[in-house]
Write a protein that binds this ligand. Sequence first.
Ligand code: MN
Length: 206
Amino acid sequence: MNDHYPFELLPLPYEFDALEPFIDAQTMEIHHNRHLKTYVDNLNAALKDYPQYHLMSLEQLIRFVCKLPVTIQTAVKDNAGGVYNHNFYFSIMGNLNQRPMGKMNCMIKKAFGTYENFEVALKESALKRFGSGWAWLAIDSACTLKIISTANQDTLLSTDLRPVLLIDVWEHAYYLKYKNKRVDYIDNWFNVINWNKVEEILIAEL
Ligand code: MN
């Protein structure tokens, strides 16, 4: 897979129905095949006439968006962020009813006291995000876990936080099944985290 123009739609690393009953297959199919695909297509369209940026990676485009021509800054920021966030989000789901293990288990207990406290804190951040956005679990420069939320398709790439986990709280992530009840989606979402993958990400970031 290219990590530069033209960007491609990464395949979902599990079946659309793999997260049932917590997240339904139709939501996953529309989320991946339509929402994520639209971000990929719009990112490619924004870059099409600018070959000088065709070898930049997704992360480079997001980090250096201010150096791009003003006419494409917004489109690149929103759509590259959309691709980055969704690829990350889809990658850390896929196992059912797991709990953190190993290093992540230790770090959650250190930062939050208990796993349950961690759920409460992430849930609060995800619920309080007004409108559309994301809530993240990330490591700060002192290697402590932090929870933070971002608006729209903003990422943490411009901060010194290194993300290990994130939840999409745009309505398209849950509306078909949970309607307006973001809180029910969040409660159920904790059951679809692939903690093996999160552990892998954490260890690579430490
Ligand atoms: Mn989404």
